[in-house]
Design a protein around this ligand. Structure first.
Ligand code: SF4
Ligand code: SF4
Length: 263
């Protein structure tokens, strides 16, 4: 995506205008529905400048499995129609297979109602069906030396991020920013970024000091920690708020918070 120079002043990005449509439904009238408001809102956006004459990547997070709290296909279809009316060509894109091998987003989106015939644009996994279409960029962070930027995102002439809003255990809210940072790279880079937390969570367990009293698990109000089948301490990254109560309660100082793998 090439930055639009008109958006820059003295090397910094200009603040974007924020528009919103209220979900309040105060009269029985099709014009008062959220899709109707979304349609009016889209007419106020300079889509001709953003998308006109360009190949636009519409970056989405289309969920996986039985997920249904993503953006309804009706809204996606409406945006695509507006992009086309503004003179743009568009494809939808989301991550392909995850490092766990469970395909999601751009590969299984049809299961949740996102398909080309419904939306009016093709759907491509960001880095190809095999997650091997990417551009490599060297970086020099402490434990991260390469970023694999998804090929279809890199090649697009413009990008529109159409993402839903949701809670996130670590960063409070996931959404547009996460959709770009974690969603526009290969599964390997996503895994590398998640691994920046030492041991996957940042909480380090010393098995030699632990007597398995279970106080740490009882203390966690977020049900984020547990002992696995091998009796090893584990933390579920998405549930943990780093309140450190488990660390404080441990009578043997078997838990600590380390940041050795952070950037
Ligand atoms: S509180 Fe400490 S000693 Fe007890 S189970 Fe947890 S880590 Fe082990
Ligand atoms: S830091 Fe807090 S939220 Fe995370 S596992 Fe420990 S007690 Fe639970």
């Amino acid at each position: 995506m090439k930055p639009d120079k008109s958006d820059h002043r003295h090397g910094t990005l200009k603040k974007s205008p924020v528009r919103f449509a209220s979900v309040e439904f105060n009269k029985i009238d099709p014009d008062a529905t959220l899709p109707a408001k979304f349609d009016r809102l889209l007419k106020t956006i300079e889509l001709k400048r953003i998308a006109g004459g360009k190949m636009v990547a519409l970056k989405m997070h289309m969920g996986k499995g039985l997920g249904y709290t993503t953006i309804h296909p009706l809204f996606v279809r409406m945006l695509i129609r507006h992009i086309k009316e503004a003179g743009g060509e568009v494809f939808i894109t989301d991550v392909g297979p995850s490092h766990r091998g469970d395909g999601f987003g751009g590969l299984t989106s049809r299961d949740r109602g996102y398909s080309e015939d419904v939306l009016g644009a093709p759907i491509y996994p960001v880095s190809g069906v095999f997650d091997k279409y990417y551009y490599s960029k060297e970086v020099d962070f402490k434990t991260l030396k390469e970023i694999q930027i998804a090929g279809h995102i890199h090649d697009a002439e413009a990008m529109i991020d159409l993402s839903h809003f949701k809670g996130h255990g670590v960063s409070s809210y996931g959404g547009a920013l996460k959709n770009i940072a974690m969603g526009c790279v290969t599964a390997k880079t996503r895994r590398d970024m998640h691994s920046l937390h030492s041991g996957g969570s940042g909480i380090v367990w010393d098995r030699d000091l632990c007597d398995h009293c279970n106080k740490c698990v009882e203390e966690c109000r977020y049900k984020a920690n547990f002992f696995n089948d091998e009796n090893e301490y584990e933390v579920t990254l998405h549930n943990c708020t780093y309140c450190q109560h488990c660390i404080e309660i441990c009578p043997n100082s078997a838990l600590s918070l380390e940041s050795r793998n952070y950037l």
